[in-house]
Design a protein around this ligand. Sequence first.
Ligand SMILES: Cc1cc2nc3c(=O)[nH]c(=O)nc-3n(C[C@H](O)[C@H](O)[C@H](O)COP(=O)(O)O)c2cc1C
Length: 418
Amino acid sequence: MSVNSKIYTPYTLPCGVSVRNRLVKSAMEENMSSAGNLPGSALYTLYRYWAHGNLGMVITGNVMVDREAMTGPGGVALEKETPLEAFERWAKIIKSNGALAVMQINHPGRQVFKNMQGKAIAPSAVPLDMGKHSKLFAQPREMTCADIHEVCQRFVQTAKQAEKAGFDGVEIHAAHGYLLTQFLSPLTNQRQDEWGGSLINRARLLINIVSQVRAVCPKNFIVMVKLNSADFQKNGFSFDDACEVVNRLEALGVDVVELSGGSYEAPAMQGQTRDNTTLAREAYFLEFAQTLESKTDIPLMTTGGIKRASVAEKVIGQGCELVGLASALAFTPDLAKKWQQEWSYSGVIPDCTWRDKSLASLANMAMVRRQLRRLGNNLTTLRNPSPLWSLLLDLMHRKAMTKRDVAANKRHRENSTI
Ligand SMILES: Cc1cc2nc3c(=O)[nH]c(=O)nc-3n(C[C@H](O)[C@H](O)[C@H](O)COP(=O)(O)O)c2cc1C
């Protein structure tokens, strides 16, 4: 196959918007915001590379709905009162060469680093179990019903702000162990009220957010959900649960479900599980997508482990309408163009082979983030970065960003109490 491949054909989403090809840049948190957790020059430079990379759609790294609850230092936050200029410029850059711009919106819940000194809330007060790394994370507080309603409103307001800023849509992050996943999973949601227990109760927050976002945004605004195909932890959110949730999302007119998996505790999105499930070496969640496709009409996208055109094509041929690429686009931002010129061109996904799996997983993330920062500084990417050096550089960068964000939040809190 070659340039005539289906991966280069357009597709019309249920909301009526057409995406020019099937290749999507999936969300990658960049930790590169400017002061005030706003997009700025480094992010603009980075996204210009993807804007000119012949992708059909570009999904931003996760944008927080509450600047006091960040998934990481140097993240972007968009709240009801946030001025929109910086976001308007971001959307314009992403769309400048024909790609659709989708903002991923998220709340970390309990997956908050202690040194960020922010809010850590969760359906139940269950802390993260990361073995010897657990102490890096904040102890979450159980959410009240008022907290739950506030979070729902925040997602809806952030989606509306994204629409006003010129984004074509939002992706609601309900994967990878963040707040909405914490509600979905019986391991982290031990509530006895209408937000816990049965799957319908555990899914209520996600369903409420999706239906309210649909209600306040125009009909042609893209609404996507990133969902775990499973937790990959014993007694967690199962694939059957995921199928049931997808059926409910379909009834609400969701445009695309992006299938992923795992959490900080079980990083299946990096191809590793904690319940002995074996994932494919490339396109980790394709089998789940194939099974799901027979049960739903909702367009599916899967992300994870894809770096070759032939695999992307297989994904499109076997149950998905869109194919998500993350790490490979940090190493080769114009991968979609490269494949058009040379079908057998293989992108790079880092695969650190250190024996300590948790450290190796951190090094893989650090290598990707290093490439993102290099692109943001208009530097060439490296095909074989050193895992150790990348990890050290990443730690230094995160430390500086944490210091900046903690000080800014302190000032923000002081100003709001005056
Ligand atoms: C540095 C980095 C940051 C990420 N940030 C996000 C994020 O903000 N939101 C999200 O849904 N997934 C995030 N992911 C996960 C990716 O979207 C993707 O699901 C995962 O990396 C597997 O795809 P890949 O093998 O193509 O990298 C991130 C991954 C990396 C490497």
